[in-house]
Ligand binder design. Sequence first.
Ligand code: ZN
Length: 65
Amino acid sequence: MSEMKECCYCNMDIPSKARICPYCGNDPDYIGSDAHKSRKNAEKFFLIMLAFFITVACLIFAMGA
Ligand SMILES: [Zn+2]
């Protein structure tokens, strides 16, 4: 399930979600447009989750009131 990517500094295989390479401590996404894309997707996913939780919270509040 966990995807791997190659660190652009030390070329070690690291988890694709890793923001800091566990081997060399650098940002493995510094180079490459794919990283930007996945970061954008992560932001979008976070916003969707946030909207979802707000909706659920409103529903719970509406039911409780
Ligand atoms: Zn590295």
